[in-house]
Design a protein around this ligand. Structure first.
Ligand SMILES: [Zn+2]
Length: 443
């Protein structure tokens, strides 16, 4: 593997334990990790000149549904609330095949990579027409992103009072058996791992209480993480009260769904006691501000969560409800939305960037990622701030307050995935063409 020396960055925003910001600094990458940070390091390996650039840790995406990249801006779902939106899209998703899942995963991950993301999770909860989790795992490996796929599931279809169409739900025993299969086959717990598998029933309104409980037991037995959607909007709270007789936080706690090995997506409607529960138990939250705006779900109490000590990361959510997958734009939206709710001092650009980097890494159980320090993984985003978006900037906070919205270069595990704004590992043009063909056929 090539060693790299990233030379003379205008500013290196380390997000290390001291939150150091280093002017004119160099970073050496070797063997997949950062081996040296300093000034005027001696050259060996390939040099990447970073004059005119800001260098940050690679951003971490903690919630996505990559298959949805094939259903952006579907007309009938453009203006619906969550439940109506889902019911519009289920029949379309039911027609997808393994190829749809492979291509859309690669498009979604490439889009993330160009926006500075080096580590992404994915929540795949439907498996029509022979689709398997590894369809997305292979796509991520080919692209070269660090990947945390989760084996999602739905088991309560319309005929049983659930939301999804019956052809998209699976038998619960088969779900658990496939969770075991994919964890055994693909989960790598080692430091520096490029693939970790989680277990992730879709939401409390699409699987049984038994499956939620069994999934938690299985995840603990296997030593893998748990993920689901929780408290996304008022409909979600109403469903919980009507069907389980309690709020989502209580439901999660009763079934073993709290702890540092659990992260929940959205949590827009968590109340004060639920925030306290998550803080006390170290339960993580994937905050998805654009999706929450798009579906009119509300503004998540991010300020209150952070102040209470809830671990929080950022997620773009699926591209059927965003409909973009740009993670640095998502960080800007997180910052802006807290200011709408709480005032201009509610969230700084630096705090939003911290949530997007080490915050996300921490809730995915990856203290080896999300910060630039010697010994940490060489996951690095290089942002060219010499262009028009940042022209006239006084401070590195311009990365979120101004721009740019795409990286110049991106390294994952010390390997260059983006160079001069272009993906190096796959033929992106061909994949975009195929993605558009597949979308046209679905349409
Ligand atoms: Zn989601």
């Amino acid at each position: 593997m090539t060693d790299y020396l990233i030379r003379n960055a205008d500013v290196v925003v380390t997000m290390d334990d001291d939150r150091r910001e280093l002017s004119g600094a160099d970073l050496r990458l070797s063997g997949g990790i950062i081996t040296e940070i300093g000034h005027d390091l001696h050259s060996n390996g390939e040099e990447v000149l970073a004059t005119g650039c800001v260098v940050t840790p690679g951003l971490v995406n903690t919630h996505h549904h990559l298959y949805q990249s094939l259903t952006r801006a579907v007309p009938a779902g453009q203006d619906a609330l969550l439940f109506g939106w889902l019911q519009t899209l289920y029949p379309i998703w039911a027609r997808m095949t393994p190829e749809h899942f492979q291509v859309s995963a690669q498009i979604g991950l490439a889009e993330l990579a160009l926006s500075g993301c080096t580590l992404s999770s994915d929540h795949l909860y439907l498996y029509p027409n022979g689709t398997r989790l590894e369809d997305t795992i292979h796509a991520a490996a080919e692209l070269g992103l660090r990947f945390h796929p989760t084996r999602g599931a739905m088991s309560i279809g319309q005929s049983a009072g659930g939301l999804p169409t019956d052809d998209l739900v699976e038998d619960e025993d088969a779900i658990l058996a496939d969770c075991i299969r994919v964890v055994d086959a693909f989960h790598d717990a080692a430091e520096g791992s490029m693939c970790r598998v989680g277990i992730a029933p879709c939401s409390p309104f699409s699987v049984s209480t038994d499956l939620m409980r069994e999934a938690a037991l299985l995840a603990r037995d296997k030593g893998v993480m748990l993920h689901t959607h929780l408290a996304e909007n008022q409909e979600d709270i109403d469903y919980s009260l009507a069907n389980f007789g309690c709020r989502p936080g209580q439901y999660a706690q009763d079934l073993g769904w709290v702890g540092p090995d659990v992260w929940h997506a959205h949590c827009v409607k968590l109340d004060a006691s639920e925030i306290a529960l998550f803080a006390e138990t170290g339960t993580g939250v994937a905050h998805c501000p654009c999706s929450n705006c798009r579906l009119g779900s509300g503004i998540a109490p991010l300020r209150a969560m952070r102040d209470a000590g809830v671990p929080v990361g950022l997620g773009v959510d699926g591209s059927a409800s965003n409909d973009t997958g740009n993670l640095v734009a998502e960080a800007r939206m997180a910052m802006l939305l807290q200011r709408v709710a709480q005032g201009a001092d509610a969230m700084s650009a630096r705090e939003a960037l911290e949530i997007a980097t080490r915050g996300g890494a921490d809730i995915l159980g990856r203290p080896d990622c999300g910060r630039l320090a010697v010994g940490k993984r060489a996951d690095i985003a290089i942002w060219d701030v010499s262009g028009i978006e940042a022209a006239g900037s006084w401070d590195v906070a311009a990365l979120l307050l101004a721009g740019p919205r795409t990286v110049r270069d991106l390294f994952v595990e010390g390997r260059q995935v983006v160079r001069d704004g272009h993906i190096q590992t796959i033929d992106l043009g061909a994949q975009i063409a195929r993605q558009n063909q597949l979308a046209q056929a679905l349409m």
